[in-house]
Design a protein around this ligand. Structure first.
Ligand SMILES: [Zn+2]
Length: 217
């Protein structure tokens, strides 16, 4: 995977080059973007409090071609609940959305696939559970989720307040996002990032991008 760098001289950026990830420097900070069929993201790397003059302001976003349907999200919560106090790992691949349960080594504090290459390039979303604990991205998760361009989610508080935390990952850069950008949530599922809304890299609330229908069904 190759890397490229551009300055945002206008608000509308040139299309992201295929097969690359690209750092974008705007008046408000540094971003990284990537695209793959069905998924596009431009996320924070670092915000600046001092405007970089002469550049356009960049608005980060994550867009998926179609949200993961609520019944599929519900099925993952159900399987995670049935795994008791063990973590569980799921892969979702798109078009249409398909759920895969790789052969995995499960314990109370971790889960990993038997075959480290099990997920393959078709996987767009990786989800694991923290059973009855808080869903958040641990240091181990940061370490495990360095590769590639994907969406990551953690399920937790199963049994008392089923919750989900979602982030976009672009080659080791992460941005926590509202779950509804990616998933249709079944009733009763709490989105850890919804109350917080979208945050910039300094945890400052930012304006949410409009949901644009950029992908054909
Ligand atoms: Zn975890």
């Amino acid at each position: 995977m190759f890397v490229n760098h551009i300055f945002a001289r206008q608000e509308t950026l040139p299309p992201a080059p295929a097969g690359l990830y690209e750092y974008v420097i705007g008046s408000n900070g540094i971003f990284v973007r990537a695209s793959r069929p069905g998924l596009e993201a431009l996320i924070w790397v670092a915000a600046t409090n001092n405007e970089i003059r002469g550049l356009a302001q960049v608005q980060p976003f994550v867009r998926v071609y179609k949200p993961v349907p609520a019944w599929l999200v519900g099925r993952m919560f159900e399987m995670a609940f049935r795994a008791g106090d063990k973590e569980i790992l799921f892969y979702l691949s798109p078009n249409p959305w398909r759920l895969a349960l790789p052969e995995q080594v499960q314990s109370k504090g971790s889960v990993f696939p038997v075959d480290p290459y099990a997920s393959g390039s078709d996987t767009m979303i990786e989800i694991h559970s923290h059973h009855n604990m808080q869903p958040y991205f641990s240091k181990t998760d940061d370490h495990d989720e360095q590769a590639g361009f994907r969406i990551f989610a953690v399920l937790g508080n199963l049994g008392h307040n089923p919750s989900i935390a979602v982030r976009a990952g672009v080659y080791g850069h992460f941005w926590g996002i509202p779950a509804r950008w990616i998933f249709d949530l079944p009733a009763g599922v709490h989105d850890v990032n919804s109350a917080a809304r979208a945050m910039d890299s300094n945890n400052v609330e930012i304006e949410e991008p409009e949901v644009l229908d950029v992908f054909d069904d």
